[in-house]
Ligand binder design. Structure first.
Ligand code: HEM
Length: 282
């Protein structure tokens, strides 16, 4: 029970990242002069895993909530209809199912556009189950920051993972290929990564801003948040080194991208536990 809920959230984050990442990648490939290569077996496998995660995670979360409240099955409709958590779950589950249905099929203009909208729907509704939904003082700001944070993280980290799996063609060493997939990704990440960072800092302020540094660091929530901040800084720093390489006309280093993605997985893992802890002073 202690680890089941964080694992369900981790599954949800994974599926969301892949859905947002695939939508973003399709949009980038539309802008890039060299279109993205067709789905490799690795990408297809990842998209199927993402689709399964988006179907299983909401069911797991519902079952855990029912267990926690010790509700009989017959009370489920009332849970979904009459509680804030239940309505938040329903609102999240609809775009999750849509994203899951749209993730694996062959890409066409229409399925890609629908996937982007469905994945944005997951990003917007995800905050309905966490601390953002419980913020009575700044409800709109909390939900808006959360949605920006999740959508941005998906566009950035999800697209990076899929490009690595697809073995996206590296730009010409001469720098002539300024419109390839990697430079298009780099331009997008230059805008989106600071957005993820700033929305994260904004959310952190809303969660712990009323407490002093000592009180924050005395809580499990505060310590995990500090660790997450450190890990996220490392991800951004590694991304910046790859951006400099691309600007200098060199290819991104595969090993560095791999380390960046492993650190991002740690960030998601920390977040999955963080969202289940009580912020200090709450
Ligand atoms: C690589 C960068 C990052 C990624 C991939 C990432 C990812 C995420 C995800 C997926 C969520 C879950 C949202 C939800 O459940 O509704 C989240 C929440 C959050 N993130 Fe980040 N994040 C990143 C960087 C940051 C940074 C730099 C901060 C600033 C300290 C931050 C602070 C937060 C906070 C406070 C929450 C809300 C936690 C709660 O509900 O208690 N994040 N993040």
């Amino acid at each position: 029970m202690e680890t089941a809920a964080p694992l369900a959230r981790l599954l949800l984050y994974g599926g969301t990242m892949l859905a947002m990442g695939q939508g973003t990648r399709t949009m980038l490939a539309g802008r890039a002069s060299a279109r993205a290569s067709g789905p490799s077996p690795a990408v297809r496998g990842a998209l199927w895993c993402g689709a399964c995660a988006l179907l299983v995670a909401p069911l797991l979360l519902l079952s855990l909530q029912r267990q926690a409240l010790e509700l009989p099955l017959a009370e489920l409709p009332a849970l979904l209809r009459d509680t804030t958590w239940g309505r938040g779950w329903l609102q999240l589950t609809i775009p999750c199912v849509l994203s899951a249905l749209l993730l694996p099929p062959r890409r066409t203009g229409t399925t890609s556009r629908l996937l982007v909208w469905a994945a944005l729907g997951v990003s917007v509704t995800m905050g309905g189950l966490g601390h953002a939904a419980a913020d009575a003082q700044w409800p709109l700001a909390s939900r808006l920051l959360d949605a920006l944070h999740v959508a941005g993280a998906g566009a950035w980290i999800g697209a990076l993972l899929l490009m690595l799996l697809a073995g996206a063609p590296v730009p010409e060493p001469t720098g002539a290929d300024r419109h390839g997939e990697w430079p298009a990704f780099s331009q997008m990440a230059t805008v989106v990564a600071p957005l993820v960072f700033l929305s994260g800092v904004g959310s952190a302020w809303l969660r712990v801003g009323a407490s002093g540094p000592a009180e924050i660091l005395a809580s499990d929530y505060g310590r995990l948040l500090a660790l997450k901040l450190l890990l996220a800084l490392l991800v951004v720093a590694l991304g910046a080194t790859q951006r400099r390489r691309l600007h200098a006309g060199a290819a991104p280093r595969r090993q560095v991208v791999l380390v960046e993605l492993c650190l991002a997985v740690l960030v998601f893992t920390a977040t999955a536990w963080l969202t289940g802890l009580e912020p200090p002073g709450a």
